[in-house]
Design a protein around this ligand. Structure first.
Ligand code: GTP
Length: 218
């Protein structure tokens, strides 16, 4: 839940960050999210219907606990307008193609055109992802081609595999930090290390207390 900051009634403070995966059907969006959540990879081809979300807590470099809400959009053409309507409230996007499928790479142009109309591209970080890099024998898009494309738009770029997990965490954490590091003042987060210290203090206090042994008679 995002809450209003008491000191400044006008500003809504974020307690979580919302990210989205976008790209053609079959590029691996659902499996990438599942891998990030520690769920199993599936070979089954089950298309997402409409839009779905999943949540994971991550600990940031400054020990703050951040709830990450990840929207899994359907790649199928008939659901696209629904996916784009959600983007108003998104703080980061993984824009994904399948590096064994040239048409999914060509479509990235169209995804970007649509994004330019729907959101403030300067404030919402986008990472370009070439997925399925475990299928080297079937590769159609070279690493250099993907990187060059990303550089044209100033996007960060990762090749990854939802199957082996290569670069999945790294890409999500990079995306989170791209937004969070620039907009820290928007968030109120729990500091995990301070809580641990607090717990330790309480434990020590309790351990200093005399333990009164009571005898029980039944
Ligand atoms: P839509 O819901 O239709 O938009 O598809 P999606 O982009 O969510 O793709 P999904 O995750 O359902 O994966 C589609 C197919 O690609 C499935 O058969 C997956 O097993 C396969 N797949 C996804 N990622 C990888 C990967 O990194 N490597 C390999 N080898 N296969 C993958």
């Amino acid at each position: 839940m995002n809450v209003i900051n008491k000191n400044n009634q006008d500003k809504i403070k974020r307690t979580y960050i919302s990210l989205a995966t976008l790209g053609n059907s079959n590029v691996g969006k659902t499996n990438i999210i599942n891998n990030f959540l520690g769920l199993q990879f599936t070979d089954k081809n089950i298309s997402t219907i409409g839009i779905d979300f999943k949540i994971k807590n991550v600990i940031l470099e400054n020990n703050s606990k951040l709830k990450v809400k990840i929207w899994d959009t359907a790649g199928q053409e008939r659901f696209r307008s629904m996916a784009f309507n959600f983007l108003k409230n998104i703080q980061g996007i993984l824009l994904i193609y399948d590096l064994t499928d040239e048409s999914s790479f060509i479509s990235i142009d169209r995804w970007i055109n649509n994004l330019e109309n729907k959101l403030d591209m300067k404030n919402v970080p986008i990472i370009l992802v070439g997925n399925k890099n475990d299928k080297e024998d079937e590769r159609k898009i070279s690493y250099e081609k993907g990187l060059k494309y990303a550089q044209k738009y100033n996007f960060k770029f990762f090749e990854m595999s939802a199957k082996t997990g290569e670069n999945v965490n790294k890409a999500f954490l990079t995306l989170i930090h791209l937004y969070y590091d620039k907009n820290k003042e928007e968030f109120i987060l729990e500091n995990v290390k301070e809580n641990i210290k607090e717990d330790e203090k309480n434990n020590n206090k309790n351990s200093n207390k005399k333990v009164v042994k009571r005898k029980c008679f039944f």
